[in-house]
Design a protein around this ligand. Sequence first.
Ligand SMILES: *Cc1c(COP(=O)(O)O)cnc(C)c1O
Length: 387
Amino acid sequence: MLSLPVYLDNNATTPIDPAVLTAMIPFFTQHFGNAASKNHVFGWEADEAVVYAREQVAALIGAEPNEIIFTSGATESDNLALKGIVEAYTGKGNHIITLNTEHKAVLDTCKHLEKKGINVTYLPVQQDGLIDLSALEAAIQPNTILISVMYAHNEIGVIQPISTISAIAKKYGVLFFTDATQAVGKIPVDVIKDGIDVMAFNAHKMYGPKGIGALYVRRKNPRVKLIAQIDGGGHERGMRSGTLNVPAIVGFGKACALCQLTMKEVAATTSHLRNKLEEALLQMHGVTINGNRLYRLPHVCNASFRNTDGEGLLMRFNKNLAVSSGSACTSASLEPSYVLKALGLSDDLAHSSIRFSLSRFTTEAEIDFAIQQINETLQAERALRDI
Ligand SMILES: *Cc1c(COP(=O)(O)O)cnc(C)c1O
């Protein structure tokens, strides 16, 4: 039996995998120790679990365990990366390059840095959401210290040419940071092959718990310097103080191990289901797909429904279908998506756009149901408008 509503908003957050929860529970109860307690077995057990989880997280992205800094989530990781690098490299320059379609955790941090005297270039993207590489190269100045480009997009799923971007950064001696929250665990991400210097991601977009994230900070070729934004006991190599959230870290590690194991298979099934949904949508009158369809996450589809009222559509859908009009962060406002507008969509079309994001738990029956619901909703909506 189908349980309703069908959840197709996995880019906002995924359900936790039952195996992840099982791994976490003992660390709330019998193994409750503080990982920084060096004098007794409670501390040692907690520390051992953190060491193991750190290895699991590092293994998924091809990093060394001591290059992983645990944080409270991707928002904190983005803040730590941008503010921490700017502070550490003030002697070198004060210019950052990013895209106008980045996540708010990056854009709002950049705005904050601008108030502190940092110059930020917000590059526009092409119509398909991909970066313009020659515009990137042209924007680099002698005082540029950092390029910040998201790996895969939360709203449209577009995957940027990461290794080309990192090669450009390297050529000019500029550091490369990527918010890879939507990519890690879904597609192969390798910090060495991809040439990434600093990378943010979290657990709750990959079947792990909320409130835990990581920042990868490269230790050699080059060794990246970063000034802590939270001071305290000097945890996490002095880059992020505060008692470690051991149960969440254990869950994050388990989630990473599961993703590594199942990624290929999950990508194949979700892309099959996503394509089935997308083909059905394209059969419906007035539907277009946003973002590059080739360089895209396997489980994401962002569609515009021409001549419909987006909010009305969403309200009708959401009785049985949990989908969103864009990112969870901005969908509380009635403003159309700044990302879709950056792709050149009109306010109207951006307003009538919906993101569908699937997970390893999405079934074919759910997709069939979604297609039927969307069809019926569109027909009802248009019948109303024709009166
Ligand atoms: C969800 C998301 C974030 C925020 O992550 P939190 O762990 O919820 O703070 C940042 N960047 C991207 C690309 C995201 O999708």
